[in-house]
Design a protein around this ligand. Structure first.
Ligand code: LLP
Length: 421
C-alpha cells in the first residue's frame, strides 16, 4: 500500500496534487511519501516484535538525508556500504551504535572513519578484509565488533544481477569454511566476534530461499557457539521484494517474513538485525516526467518523455517493470493504446517500456513511474549532461525539495581545465 492515489481525477502524493509539485519544481523529479516510508518501516519493526531486534535501513536504496532522518526518528538503524553513506547516516543524526557497515571492498580509510565515529559492527566479507580491519583497529587502539558474512549457496530465484547468495557470487565467505574463518577472527586481538551475517539477494518474491539460508545460519550458530564463539547477533540482510506489477501475485508480507524468522531462529536467543531497503522506500517514491512528443513510428507510437535512463536506470539495466500512470486520470471509457515509452538519451536502451498499454497521451501531459523510490535517484547519473533531477518529500499537505536540481553552471564548473589548454 502506498499514498499515491487518484482523487477527483488527479494523482495525489498524500494530500498534495502531483501536478502542483510539477508546476513548482519542474519535471522530471522524484517524489517520496513520508506516510508510506513510515508505514513500511513500522511493518518490519512490528513483524519482529517480541524478539530483540534492530531494523537497519539499507540506505543504498535511497540515501537522501531527509529520508534517513524520517526513518531515524522512528528508531531505524542504517546499513551502510561506503564512507559516503556512513557520513550521510551521521548527517541524519543516526548514532554509530545503530550503523552496520557492509560491503565487499571496505577500504582502510573507511574502516578508520567508522571506528572513530562509532559503529555497531562491520559485516566482514573476507579474510584479507579481516586482517586489514584488525590492523586499523589496533593502530587506533580500538576493538572492532564484527560479524562474518557467510555465503549459504542458495538460489535466491531473482534477477541474476541482484542475486548474491550463490557460491559463484563475490559476496561473503563460503559457509563451508566458516569455522576456519571464525577461528582466524578469534585470534586477531583487534576484532571482537559478535555474530553472523547473511544476505542472499534482492527483490525476492518467495520466502523459501530465505528460509533455507536462515536454517543454515541457525545450524552454523550452534556449531560456532560449541567452538567457543560468542554469537549474540544475527544480521539477516535485506531482500524482501515488492509488487512492481500490480497485476502479478503479491510477494510475501513483512509479517510473514518476521514469522518465518521467529520459526527458524527464535530459539537461538540472538538479537536479530535486518537490512531492508527496497521494501521500505520502493513504493514510497514515484518519478514524475512530462511527455515531450508523441512520435508516430512505423507500426508503433513512441511516447518521448523528459525523463531518461540516466534518471531511472532500472528498466535499461535489469529489464525492470515500472507501472506508468497518467497524472490526470483518463476519462472513463477512454481506451488504452500501446506505446513505446522512451527518454531523450541517444541510446536505444533508453526505453522504459515497449508496447505498454496506456490511455491516449499528448505532449505536455504528466506521467508517474510507480515504485521508483528504491534504486532510482541513487543510481542516476548526469549522462548526456542531464542534471540530476530534484527529490521532493511530501508529508500530509506539505512538500519540500530535499535535493534541488543543479544549475548547468554548477555542473560545468566542476570540470577544471589543465594549464596547457
Ligand atoms: N543488505 C545488503 C548487504 C545488500 O547488498 C542489499 C542490496 C540490501 C541489504 C538491501 O536489499 P533490498 O532490501 O533493497 O532488496 N540496484 C538493484 C538492487 C541492488 C541491491 C543491492 N544490495 C535494483 O535496482 O533492483
Amino acid at each position: 500500500m502506498d499514498h499515491f492515489l487518484y482523487r477527483g481525477g488527479a494523482l495525489y502524493a498524500e494530500d498534495v496534487p502531483v501536478s502542483e509539485i510539477a508546476a513548482s519544481v519542474g519535471t522530471p523529479f522524484y517524489c517520496y511519501s513520508t506516510a508510506t516510508l513510515e508505514r513500511h518501516f513500522r511493518l518490519f519493526d512490528e513483524a519482529l516484535e517480541g524478539m530483540d531486534h534492530l531494523v537497519c535501513y539499507a540506505m543504498k536504496a535511497a540515501s537522501n538525508v531527509a529520508i534517513l532522518k524520517t526513518l531515524a526518528a522512528l528508531g531505524a538503524g542504517m546499513d551502510v556500504v561506503s564512507g559516503g553513506e556512513y557520513l550521510r547516516a551521521k548527517a541524519a543524526g543516526v548514532p554509530g551504535a545503530r550503523i552496520v557497515f557492509s560491503g565487499v571492498g571496505k577500504t582502510e580509510a573507511e574502516m578508520c572513519l567508522a571506528l572513530e565515529g562509532g559503529v555497531r559492527q562491520f559485516n566482514v566479507e573476507s579474510e584479507p578484509e579481516m586482517e586489514a580491519l584488525n590492523r586499523v583497529a589496533l593502530d587506533l587502539g580500538k576493538v572492532a565488533p564484527i560479524t562474518v558474512r557467510v555465503n549459504p549457496d542458495v538460489d535466491a530465484k531473482t534477477h541474476a544481477k541482484i542475486a548474491t547468495g550463490k557460491s559463484e557470487n563475490k559476496f561473503g565467505i563460503p559457509i563451508s569454511r566458516a569455522r576456519e574463518v571464525y577461528a582466524h577472527a578469534a585470534r586477531l586481538p583487534g576484532l571482537r566476534v559478535v555474530g553472523i551475517d547473511v544476505h542472499i539477494g534482492s527483490q525476492l518474491t518467495d520466502l523459501e530461499p530465505f528460509r533455507l539460508a536462515y536454517r543454515k545460519v541457525a545450524e552454523l550458530c550452534e556449531v560456532l557457539r560449541a567452538d567457543g564463539h560468542r554469537i549474540e547477533r544475527l544480521d539477516l540482510g535485506g531482500g524482501l521484494g515488492i509488487p512492481y506489477e500490480r497485476s502479478n501475485a503479491a510477494p510475501p508480507l513483512p509479517i510473514d517474513y518476521g514469522g518465518m524468522i521467529r520459526e527458524e531462529l527464535g530459539h537461538l536467543g540472538c538479537e536479530i538485525e535486518i537490512e531492508p531497503g527496497r521494501l521500505i522506500v520502493g513504493n514510497a517514491g514515484i518519478m514524475v516526467s512530462q511527455v515531450i512528443y508523441v512520435k508516430e513510428g512505423e507500426g508503433r507510437d513512441f511516447l518521448i518523455l523528459d525523463g531518461a535512463m540516466n534518471d531511472l536506470i532500472r528498466p535499461a539495466m535489469y529489464d525492470a517493470h515500472h507501472d506508468i500512470v497518467p497524472v490526470i486520470e483518463p476519462a472513463p471509457g477512454s481506451e488504452n493504446r500501446p506505446y513505446d515509452v522512451v527518454g531523450p538519451v541517444c541510446e536505444s536502451g533508453d526505453t522504459f517500456a515497449r508496447q505498454r498499454p496506456l490511455p491516449p497521451l499528448r505532449a505536455g501531459d504528466l506521467v508517474a513511474f510507480r515504485s521508483a523510490g528504491a534504486y532510482g535517484a541513487v543510481m542516476s547519473s548526469e549522462y548526456n549532461t542531464r542534471p540530476l533531477i530534484p527529490e521532493v518529500l511530501v508529508k500530509g499537505d506539505q512538500f519540500a525539495v530535499i535535493r534541488r536540481r543543479p544549475t548547468f553552471d554548477e555542473m560545468i564548473n566542476r570540470d577544471t581545465i589543465p594549464e596547457w589548454l
